[in-house]
Write a protein that binds this ligand. Structure first.
Ligand SMILES: Nc1nc2c(ncn2[C@@H]2O[C@H](COP(=O)(O)OP(=O)(O)O)[C@@H](O)[C@H]2O)c(=O)[nH]1
Ligand SMILES: [Mg+2]
Ligand SMILES: [Zn+2]
Ligand SMILES: [Zn+2]
Length: 250
């Protein structure tokens, strides 16, 4: 467990310390959000359990999009840059964040990683969070939307057991649906019912990174959100891009 997030022993991190950490994180998240808005980049926080198929769905998305949109990603894990390498091979310009012991990304970690990436040239920036259904949901990264990958093998009850994550989700990708024929006891309707009980505005797509099923709906959703972002930014005064440190393309 990470020392700072309070997701472990409730007695370890005093409430005041936890409040401070979140207040500092919110400041850094606002800063990131201003960067994303002024560059008109749609930033998404992709969360889910380890192995839920976060990296695979991004690889399949890039393949299905066939280069019609420039994609960037930062990928968080405790160790290795394996996911960023996979994403780069799939054509998504990516860098890794290795958190060491921390079980979630925070806004400052993301801000630092942006320096290693020409993310301003992308239409969409995926932030693949550390695999974890608990504390990543608590840390705003400056994203526009939260997307949660939930695979059909995780158990229909997970939205009910990890409600914080699913209450904050704008969209859930029900992943690995190609496996359903091998899982006679798993009913997609039961997962969807659990999501409907937990998400404020239930919205989910059943997808498979293996067969490509459902990716069209997800890609349409992405394109619509990106168009909205651009339309909004045209009607808003452009936030002054601070020049302090984000040299483009570096
Ligand atoms: N059958 C099937 N396997 C998948 C699918 N997506 C991911 N996987 C497998 O699930 C495992 C974890 O995938 P990965 O993308 O690394 O998950 P992450 O930890 O959430 O990024 C890998 O062995 C993948 O091959 C899918 O749509 N169908
Ligand atoms: Mg991954
Ligand atoms: Zn900055
Ligand atoms: Zn954590």
């Amino acid at each position: 467990m990470c020392e700072t997030c309070g997701c472990g022993d409730a007695g370890v991190v005093p409430v005041e310390v936890q409040k401070n950490i979140l207040a500092n994180n919110d400041k850094a998240a606002l800063h990131n959000r201003q960067h994303f808005h002024s560059a008109r980049v749609l930033a998404l926080n992709l969360m889910g359990s380890p192995g839920s198929g976060k990296t695979a769905v991004l690889e399949a998305t890039a393949q299905a999009m066939q280069g019609e949109q420039t994609l960037a990603a930062v990928s968080g894990d405790l160790a290795t840059d394996a996911d960023a390498q996979r994403l780069n091979r799939a054509g998504i310009v990516s860098t890794s964040i290795t958190t060491g012991s921390a079980c979630h990304l925070d806004a400052e970690l993301v801000h630092r990683a942006l320096h290693n990436l020409p993310w301003q040239q992308a239409g969409i920036l995926f932030i693949e969070n550390v695999g974890n259904l608990v504390c990543p949901a608590v840390y705003d990264l400056g994203q526009e939307f939260n997307v949660v990958a939930l695979s059909v093998t995780e158990g229909e009850d997970k939205p009910l057991k990890y409600p914080v994550m699913f209450r904050k989700a704008d969209l859930v990708l029900l992943t690995k649906v190609d496996l359903l024929p091998h899982l006679p006891n798993v009913k997609l309707e039961r997962i969807e019912a659990a999501l409907a009980r937990t998400m404020p505005e239930p919205r989910f797509f059943a997808v498979s990174a293996v067969t490509g099923q459902g990716l069209d709906s997800w890609i349409t959703w992405l394109a619509e959100r990106r168009r909205e972002l651009i339309e909004r930014s045209l009607s808003e005064p452009v936030l002054a891009e601070h020049s302090h440190h984000h040299a483009s393309g570096t």
